[in-house]
Design a protein around this ligand. Structure first.
Ligand code: IK2
Length: 404
């Protein structure tokens, strides 16, 4: 044995020694550095991972960890965006339960692997849901859609594809944005910059700041846009402002990457919430879209979503899809079947689809009425300040403007 390994001079030497011996199937006695058989003690020193420091909890999901630990009977979790009933309980949509029953009773269904790109029927229906039934890009086969692990997985696959194949590695994200965005994009190999979005003075959109920042972005840069119900501000551009953003982005060749985690949750109407994305598709330009069914179908834990890339021609779309497969295969091989089957069962059946839209609208309406009640309660108590932003903002989130 190498003598240096037998008598390490510093703690890092010792760590390397322990690692080498562990890999060799032997271990040192901690007192006299003698060789012993595999360790039986629970001491940290015996672990090749003893240098690993405890990482921080995720700022959003960490609130759920703290919430679960808290014994208070009147606790509320205002962290993660998950819909709750009047009783404060998670909601499984009736239409989802119906779809699951159909699937369970269908003896022809099997549990084979899906293709790398997922369930074909789900992909088609997802593209149609966002881009619209008569979308020329779909009819001309210019859209490639791949099933991914909910919104997060769709963003990650799209970002890795861009990092490998797109001319620009810079992505502009709104300030503020969902806390996971910078981490997803950085780890995928993109370089993250921000554009102004929220104005604390008005608790609304800083449209001028947004336009200035996108105007000075380098040509071809990627821009992350929340399709609707911006997280965390609840502030969305108006349709006129969207149109100005679209013109500006197209004139500078900026690549739109839409993140749609809340279709139907903003207005209660799936088509109205898809409008900003459809405006960009209608101009014939290219874009990426990450779709999630976590919130609008309440399929949070099923991890079901889709990445679509709208291209200029069918041929480009086919080549793009072949490269997406090369991104996905070594990442998770192919996606899970259950969530995709639920979504497809609902989207392809007129009755189930209609039932879904009614349940979705009921969730959106209840969120709107909760905002109104909170606003009125603050006013009734004479709470100092202007709380009108609570009813002006939309979707699951409110930026209260209070400083902790
Ligand atoms: N994009 C945005 C803007 C989101 O708000 C979310 C969901 N956020 O809430 C859950 C969380 O914080 O983990 C997503 C994307 C991704 O959602 P999912 O991956 O659950 O579909």
């Amino acid at each position: 044995m190498n003598p240096e390994m037998a008598s390490p001079s510093s703690s890092s030497d010792r760590r390397i020694t322990v690692l080498a011996r562990h890999l060799a199937g032997v271990e040192m006695d901690s007192k006299n550095d003698s060789i012993s058989a595999f360790p039986t003690s629970g001491s940290d020193n015996n672990s090749v991972f003893s240098h690993v420091v405890r990482g921080p909890e995720d700022p959003i999901l960490g609130v759920t960890v703290a919430y679960n630990k808290d014994p208070s009977p009147v606790k509320l979790n205002l962290g993660v965006g998950a819909y709750r009933t009047e009783e404060g309980k998670p909601l499984v949509l009736n239409v989802v339960r119906k779809a699951e029953l159909l699937l369970v009773n269908d003896r022809s269904r099997v549990k084979e692997y899906l293709p790398i790109t997922g369930l074909a029927e789900f992909n088609k229906l997802s593209a149609k849901l966002m881009f619209g039934a008569n979308c020329p890009a779909i009819q001309e086969n210019r859209v490639t859609t791949v099933q991914c692990l909910s919104g997060t997985g769709s963003l990650r696959v799209g970002a890795e594809f861009l990092a490998k194949h797109y001319l620009q590695r810079t992505i502009y994200i709104p300030q503020p944005t969902w806390g996971n965005h910078p981490k997803i994009f950085t780890l995928a190999g993109l370089s993250v910059k921000t554009y102004r979005y929220y104005d604390p003075a008005t608790r609304g959109l800083n449209f001028q700041g947004l336009v200035e920042d996108l105007s000075s972005a380098s040509s071809g840069a990627i821009v992350l846009l929340h399709a609707c119900a911006h997280n965390p501000t609840g502030v969305d551009p108006t349709f006129q402002q969207w149109e100005q953003i679209r013109k500006l982005m197209r004139s500078k060749g900026l690549m739109p990457f839409f993140d749609s985690a809340y279709q139907g949750f903003a207005s209660g109407n799936l088509d109205a919430d898809a409008q900003p994305v459809r405006m960009f598709v209608a101009d014939g330009g290219e874009l990426l879209l990450a779709q999630s069914y976590a919130k609008n179908m309440g399929l949070y834990g099923e991890r079901i979503g889709a990445l679509s890339i709208v291209c200029k021609t069918a041929d480009v779309a086919a080549r793009v899809e072949s490269q997406l497969k090369l991104v996905i295969r070594p990442m998770y091989s192919n996606p899970p079947i259950h969530g995709a089957s639920i979504v497809a069962a609902i989207l392809k059946n007129r009755d189930l689809y209609n039932e879904w839209t009614i349940e979705l609208k009921a969730m959106a309406d209840r969120i709107i009425s909760m905002r109104q009640k909170l606003f009125e309660a603050l006013r009734a108590r004479g709470t100092p300040g202007d709380w009108s932003h609570i009813v002006k903002q939309i979707g699951m989130f409110t930026f209260t403007g209070t400083k902790l």
